[in-house]
Design a protein around this ligand. Structure first.
Ligand code: AMP
Length: 205
């Protein structure tokens, strides 16, 4: 049996066609059900669809053998015990620092609103910039507007969300896309099965 953890939401919509091309299908009836472990067209493969931030956790602990998650989530989690084996080049965007203008970044202690606490800290520590990081779970763009923070660290795709809130992308932290990760122990014990899947996904990218 092979269990694959998929991230809910925008990544899922882009992941399903890739899996289908590689020969793995999940019926709409399964996807639309309230079941948490979904059957696929293959008896030996099950899929779990969970929050993106939980994917590396399930894979790390071996509750799933493989997973698909954004690089943003993997960087934040630390990805210990995981092998990142494929860049799927889907859900591409950038992790960026944004503020209303670049002068806002000139602070002794920079107040940053983000859900990417670890990535933000790592980035600013490397620049010897002191920070106060305010963890938010959504609507980061609001924080500078209401004076909660000097800037934000968030994902930027078209830039429309920033623009709509009077913010400018100022510093690039990472290029982000979805990655296929594998549990290190599963990679040993189910090597042939996992390699076959990776090859058929890669071939169809
Ligand atoms: P945009 O307005 O196109 O720049 O999109 C920015 C908004 O979409 C932000 O709220 C981001 O957190 C979110 N976003 C953009 N790209 C992604 C992605 N690949 N994965 C998850 N969220 C994203």
């Amino acid at each position: 049996m092979l269990t694959i953890a998929l991230s809910k939401g925008r990544i899922l919509q882009k992941t399903l066609p890739l899996l289908k091309k590689a020969g793995l299908e999940i019926a709409d009836k399964e996807l639309n059900s309230r079941k948490l472990i979904l059957d696929t067209n293959l008896d030996e493969v099950k899929v779990i669809v969970i929050r993106a931030t939980d994917v590396p956790v399930f894979v790390q602990h071996g509750a799933a053998d493989m997973g698909i998650a954004g690089k943003d989530v993997l960087l934040e989690h630390g990805a210990n015990g995981l092998f990142e084996l494929l860049d799927l080049n889907i859900a591409q965007c950038k992790l960026m620092v944004a503020a209303s203008d670049k002068e806002k970044l000139k602070q002794d202690t920079l107040k940053i609103a983000t859900k990417y606490v670890n990535s933000a800290k790592r980035y600013f520590d490397a620049k010897n910039q002191q920070t106060e990081i305010i963890k938010l779970y959504g609507a980061m763009e609001l924080a500078p507007v209401v004076g909660l923070a000097h800037c934000i660290v968030d994902l930027v795709d078209t830039g429309n969300t920033l623009k709509a809130n009077g913010l400018i992308p100022l510093e690039h932290i990472e290029n982000i896309s979805s990655r296929l990760v594998v549990n290190a122990a599963s990679f040993k014990t189910k090597n042939a099965q996992i390699k076959t899947w990776i090859e058929s996904i890669e071939k169809n990218l």
